[in-house]
Design a protein around this ligand. Structure first.
Ligand code: BDR
Ligand code: CA
Length: 347
C-alpha cells in the first residue's frame, strides 16, 4: 500500500483523479489539498468536496479531509481556465451537491475553533504521521494542478523531504504546450513553483501532455461508463442507485470536457484524461515507460516562458547521484499502456 496525498484544482480531469484516488488498489489516501488553477481556490476546494460526496468517500474514507491551499501563484497573478472547465471549474457536471450545502462543508478540515486547517499544515502533518508509524512508509505526493502548495511545502518543511517517497505531477511537455506553443497549463500558471519542486532532493515523475494526449476518452470508452455490465459488476445485475448516479455524473463530465477540447483544440475523438494518469501511475507504475532526465522551467523567455526544458541529450552533464540541482532530477514518462489504463479506470 502506498500512502498518498493528492493536490488538485478540480477541474474535470482532476475530478477523475479524485475518483481513482478514492477507489484504487495499492493506495491509502491520506488527504486532499486544493490550489488555484482551473478555477478560483474557493471553487476548487468546494469542487473537491463535491466530488468526495458524489464519489462515495463517506463509505471508503469517511475521515479524509480537504485542506484549502494557495489562492495565487508565487509570483504571477492567478490565471484560471473557464474556456476548458467553465467559470466554476466543473462546468456542465450533473449530480454534484450544492457547493454551499452541508454535504460539501463537512469535508473541510477544521481546527477546534472552526478555522480551516490549510494545505501546508495538513500535508506536513500527514507526512510526519506516516513517517512516525515507524514501518518504513513514506508519503507519495501527487500534484494535478499548479504546484504552488507543493513548492511551499518544499520551502517550509525541508526537514520532511526525507519522508517523501516521490512527487508525481501532471504537467509540462517535451517540446509541446497547450497554453502556448511550448508551455503546458499547470506549469505556465506557476512556473517558479514548478522549478522549486524540480530542484527538491526528492524523486520526481512527470506525466507530460505528450503522454496524457494519448489517453483519450473516445465515444466507445464513454459508452462503457454507462454500461451496467462494466466489470467488476456481474453482467446483467441491476446497478445500485449510487452507481447509476455516478455513471451519469461521469457521463456529463466527459461530455462537457469533450466539447471544450473539441472547440479549443480540435480534439474530435474525445478529451484527454490528463490528471487521472497521475493516480494510475502511483497505483500501477508498470503501465508506464519513462526515462530520467534533467528538467528545468523557462522562467523568463519571451516566447517560451513556462516551458519544461527536458535535457534529452544531457547537455548539462547531470548525473543520477540525487534528484536536486546538478542531477537528472525527474523521470519523464513517455508512454502508457492504454488498455491497461482504461481497464483500471473502469474497474
Ligand atoms: C492540465 O491543465 C488542466 O486543464 C487540467 O486539469 C490538467 O491538470 C492539462 O494541461
Ligand atoms: Ca488539473
Amino acid at each position: 500500500m502506498k500512502c498518498v496525498w493528492i493536490d488538485v484544482d478540480p477541474g474535470h480531469d482532476d475530478a477523475t483523479a479524485i475518483l481513482l484516488a478514492l477507489h484504487s488498489p495499492n493506495i491509502t489516501l491520506l488527504g486532499i489539498s486544493t490550489v488555484h488553477g482551473n478555477a478560483s481556490s474557493d471553487w476548487t476546494m468546494r469542487n473537491a468536496a463535491r466530488c468526495l460526496h458524489a464519489f462515495g468517500a463517506s463509505s471508503c474514507y469517511p475521515d479524509v479531509r480537504i485542506y484549502p491551499g494557495a489562492s495565487k501563484p508565487l509570483l504571477r497573478p492567478a490565471k484560471h481556465d473557464p474556456e476548458i472547465h467553465g467559470i466554476d471549474g466543473l462546468g456542465g457536471v450533473e449530480g454534484l451537491p450544492d457547493p454551499e450545502s452541508a454535504d460539501v462543508v463537512r469535508w473541510f478540515a477544521k481546527d477546534a475553533d472552526g478555522e480551516y486547517i490549510r494545505a501546508l499544515e495538513g500535508l506536513a502533518r500527514a507526512v510526519k504521521q506516516t513517517w512516525n508509524r515507524g514501518d518504513g512508509h513514506k508519503t507519495t505526493i501527487i500534484s494535478s494542478g499548479p504546484m504552488t502548495n507543493i513548492a511551499l511545502f518544499v520551502a517550509v518543511y525541508p526537514d520532511l523531504l526525507d519522508a517523501v517517497d516521490e512527487f508525481v505531477f501532471m504537467g509540462g511537455g517535451v517540446g509541446l504546450g497547450n497554453r502556448s506553443a511550448v508551455a503546458e497549463y499547470n506549469i505556465l500558471c506557476d512556473p517558479h513553483a514548478a522549478q522549486i519542486v524540480l530542484d527538491a532532493p526528492v524523486k520526481k515523475t512527470m506525466i507530460p501532455i505528450n503522454v496524457t494526449h494519448t489517453a483519450i476518452v473516445t465515444r466507445a470508452i464513454q459508452a462503457r461508463l454507462l454500461s451496467p455490465a462494466t466489470p467488476p459488476q456481474d453482467a446483467g445485475a441491476p446497478l445500485p442507485p449510487a452507481a447509476t448516479n455516478l455513471r451519469h455524473t461521469l457521463d456529463t463530465l466527459i461530455r462537457f470536457f469533450a466539447d471544450s477540447y473539441k472547440s479549443t483544440f480540435g480534439f474530435n475523438e474525445g478529451p484527454p484524461l490528463h490528471d487521472a494518469l497521475t493516480v494510475a501511475y502511483v497505483s500501477m507504475p508498470e503501465l508506464f515507460k519513462g526515462t530520467r532526465y534533467r528538467v528545468d522551467i523557462e522562467l523568463t523567455g519571451t516566447h517560451a516562458s513556462g516551458e519544461t526544458v527536458v535535457d534529452v541529450w544531457n547537455y548539462q552533464s547531470c548525473d543520477e547521484t540525487g534528484w536536486g540541482p546538478g542531477n537528472k532530477n525527474c523521470i519523464v514518462t513517455q508512454s502508457v499502456d492504454l488498455d491497461g489504463f482504461f481497464t483500471f479506470f473502469h474497474d
